[in-house]
Every structure is written in structure tokens, then in C-alpha cells.
Design a protein around this ligand. Sequence first.
Ligand code: MG
Length: 228
Amino acid sequence: MHKVILWDIDHTLIETGGVGSQVFKDAFEQVTGRKIDRLADVTGRTEQVIFRETLALYDVEDPGDYFPKFVEVQAAGYRARADEMRQRGRVLPGAREALQAFAERPEITQTVLTGNPKPSAIAKLEIFDIAHYLDLEIGAYGTDDADRPNLVPIAQTRATTRTGHTYTRETTYIIGDTVSDVEAAQKGGAQIIAVASGRTTSEELRKAGASICLTGLDDDAAMVRTVL
Ligand SMILES: [Mg+2]
């Protein structure tokens, strides 16, 4: 049975150690000319939504091309701060081993489902040297849709085009750390493996409907068993 795994990035695979919000603020200022000291709520949301709400927070009018410009500047910002990211941030415990364990399974295809814009997602994963485990061309990103559940069929269709296999709710797995990941699976058509490695507790994830909830990715053998 062929399966596709859709990894969330932030607080599931990696943490930026605060570099992410600094990159956002710098890119926002460079694109809009407005200096900011806080962002709209980011947890589990797509970047389009965070950007739009941050514009509203500061009463900044968008001439229409701010978001595509922001996407480019943000990715460049991550690459410029690669060393700082590696110092302040980290790959979460067990993430590399879990990626490796799935990569060894020919029946499993793995990519990302993330609110990050595609260029920033790739920059983050490359900076932490885990991009090579994933097929990033078939992922679904915050630049594809503002609404996270809509990213599931986008990734499934891309995975089918790549592998020739059809992926259903039963054969698609999201691994993520927020209630938004759980909802994306429920509404978008996937199984959820929730990981309480971010700010959301196991109780909150279970209450949102996650029947499988792990405290971390440390047990990669258990991860593989769960998916297989
Ligand atoms: Mg996350």
C-alpha cells in the first residue's frame, strides 16, 4: 500500500529559535516601509493570513503586490541568517531519524504541508540539512492556498502526478503540532499524527480530534509502525 506523509515544518521538524519572527519583521519593513514590533498570531496559520492580518494590525494598505514581494524577501532573509538559525534554532529530537526511517521505505513518499511560503520552507529545511529526505516539489505551501485544509488535496494530486499512485484519506498522513494540523487532516482528507512538540498540549490536540498523539518524534520505529 503506497502512502504519502505530509510533514508540518515549524515546531514539528524544526524550531528557528526566534529567527523566524525577526526575518518576518525585517521582510515586512523592507516591503511595506513600515517598522513593526509584533506579528498577528502565527500558530498553525498560513503565511498569507499572518501577513494580511499584520497589515491590518498596523493599518497598512496593500497596493496588491506586497505578498509576492514579501515571499521573496523573506526567503532571502532566512538564507542571510543561516548561521544564526543553526545557532539559535534546531532540528527537533528524533526528526532527522524519523525522516531517515521513512526515506528507507519504498512504499512511502514524504513531503511537506506547511503554512510557510514555498521559498522560505525550502530555505529552512536546507539550512538544517533535512531537505534531501523530502520531495519538496510535490509539497503544499502557504503560497498555494490561504486555507490549510485546501492544501491536502493539492499535495495528494501532486504526489499522484509524481508516483502514479492514488492517495486517499486512509493513505495520507499529516504529522503536525497544532490544532490547525488536526483540522487540516479532518477537513482536507488525511490521517493525523499529532506531536505535542510545540506550544499545543497533548490534551488540546486530542480534544481537537487527534486519536494518535505523540510527545515527540524520538521513537522513529513507533512512527514507522504507526504509518505502516
Ligand atoms: Mg507547526
